[in-house]
Every structure is written in structure tokens, then in C-alpha cells.
Design a protein around this ligand. Structure first.
Ligand SMILES: C[S@@+](CC[C@H](N)C(=O)[O-])C[C@H]1O[C@@H](n2cnc3c(N)ncnc32)[C@H](O)[C@@H]1O
Length: 243
């Protein structure tokens, strides 16, 4: 089942984005692993609300591509980059239009991601993917609240070895894999607000009733356990390669 981002667009930035983390964690990882230099042309596939296109367009020409009109409508308000509605699996660009294609938390939405990577290799010289490695992913109290969540994500997120195989098959070589440690401190109420606004797309895929039961559990349990605040610690994996 596909996740419907049209209903998420209005709250997306409030519950997911944080400019310091976006710049220091995500953008820095994308630039380092993608080997991006100023003025190189970038295609952001599944760019959503343009979080990274907005930051990158200060130094690089960027095209933000997404399949969801409501997400792009927000991206269009953010800065001087081009927004294109399209499918990441059928890119409406000529061969070798971009120096770098980036894909941030999108690969698991693409279905046949190996075919998508072949299409990306047609239009870009290098690629950088940011994703979750389900072999190591832990979700703390969220696993207690939503017992099916991790199993669902293990099914839909490609493993890192599978991503590397798909890179090779698409013609991308010299892959670099980097784990980056992510840490963010929120108040308990801020984290509950994120859950209420379904900040993980997997919440839409839980069996009937599990989201509602899990939210009630968190509303009762989190203030008791995390009076002074809630620390999110995670690892995200950045994989880059070149043609
Ligand atoms: C988890 S969001 C990530 C957005 C952005 N990269 C970020 O990190 O803020 C996933 C995005 O992928 C987009 N998406 C899903 N399937 C797509 C496809 N086949 N082609 C292009 N975009 C797609 C969704 O509309 C959504 O904006």
C-alpha cells in the first residue's frame, strides 16, 4: 500500500524538519558522501517540501522532483530552485543532466528501486541515498507502543547490501557507505505531537487499531518516563557512488 503524502504536507515540516538538524546532519552527510562541490547540478528525487533543496540552492542549481502536488506546493514557496512534479522511476530529463542525484528517505517508497536507480544513472553522474538500515534500527518506546512497526519497515526498506547490488547493476561504482549518528532532544509533548501527526509514514501501514492503541499508550507512559525530555538517537546510512 502506498503512503498518501497529500494529507501529510501541511504538517510535514513542523513534525519532521528542524533547520539545524537538516543542515548539520542531513545536508552535511549528503554533501560529504555525495562528494558535492559548489555549483554542481543537483536533482533531489522525492524532494517533498524542499527541505534540502532550499538549503542547497544557496550554493548549487537544484531541481526538486516529487510525485505529490501538495508537497511541491510547499517546496515552491521556499526559494530559488525548480520544482518538477514527476515519478522518480521515470525521470523527465535528458541523459547526464545532473552531477548528483540525491534520494533522502525515499528509496523504500519507490517499489522497484533497482529500476529507479538505472533511470537515475541515465540522468546523473553520481548518486547519494540516505536511508535507514533495518539491520540495526531500534525505536525504543515506539517498539512497545507499535509492536508491528519494525517488522513492516524491515519488509519495505531495502537492506544496505541490496542497495549496493542495485547501485552496481545500475552502473554506479566505488560506493561509499557511511553511518551517521543522529541525536535530537525534544520535549515529551513535542514527540507526542509528532506521533499524533504520524511523522513516520509506517503509522499508515499498521494493522487496524494499532496506531490508536499505541498513541494512547504513549500519552500515558511518556510523561511518566521522560519528564525532563525525550532524546531521539538513531543511525542513518548514507550511500554514495559514481558512474
Ligand atoms: C519521507 S518523504 C521524504 C521527503 C524529503 N526527501 C525529506 O527527506 O524531507 C518521501 C517523499 O517521496 C515522495 N515520493 C514517493 N514516491 C515517489 C515517486 N515514485 N516519485 C517521486 N516522489 C515520490 C513522496 O511524495 C514524499 O514527498
Amino acid at each position: 500500500m502506498a503512503v498518501d503524502y497529500s494529507r501529510r504536507a501541511a504538517d510535514y515540516d513542523r513534525v519532521r524538519a528542524d533547520e539545524t538538524t537538516d543542515r548539520e546532519f542531513w545536508l552535511r552527510g549528503l554533501i560529504e558522501v555525495g562528494g558535492l562541490r559548489n555549483r554542481e547540478r543537483v536533482l533531489d528525487i522525492g524532494a517533498g517540501t524542499g527541505r534540502f533543496a532550499k538549503l542547497l540552492c544557496e550554493t548549487n542549481p537544484v531541481v526538486a522532483l516529487d510525485s505529490e502536488t501538495a508537497m511541491l506546493k510547499i517546496a515552491r514557496t521556499k526559494g530559488s530552485f525548480e520544482c518538477v512534479r514527476g515519478d522518480g522511476r521515470r525521470l523527465p530529463f535528458r541523459a547526464d543532466t545532473f552531477d548528483l542525484a540525491m534520494i533522502v528517505m525515499v528509496l523504500h517508497h519507490l517499489g522497484d528501486y533497482a529500476a529507479a536507480l538505472r533511470e537515475i544513472a541515465r540522468v546523473a553522474h553520481r548518486v547519494v541515498v540516505a536511508t535507514s538500515d533495518m539491520a540495526t534500527r531500534r525505536l525504543g518506546i515506539l517498539e512497545e507502543a507499535f509492536p508491528s512497526l519494525l517488522a513492516i519497515d524491515r519488509e519495505r526498506f531495502p537492506s544496505i547490501p541490496a542497495v549496493l547490488d542495485a547501485f552496481e547493476a545500475a552502473g554506479f561504482h566505488d560506493a561509499v557507505v557511511r553511518e551517521r549518528a543522529y541525536a535530537r532532544r525534544l520535549t515529551t509533548e513535542e514527540q507526542l505531537d509528532r506521533v499524533r501527526h504520524r511523522y513516520l509514514s509506517t503509522f499508515d501501514l499498521l494493522p487496524p487499531g494499532e496506531y490508536e492503541r499505541g498513541l494512547r499508550f504513549l500519552e500515558a507512559e511518556m510523561p511518566r518516563r521522560y519528564r525532563d525530555g525525550f532524546e531521539i538517537t538513531a543511525q542513518f546510512t548514507f550511500v554514495g557512488a559514481t558512474k
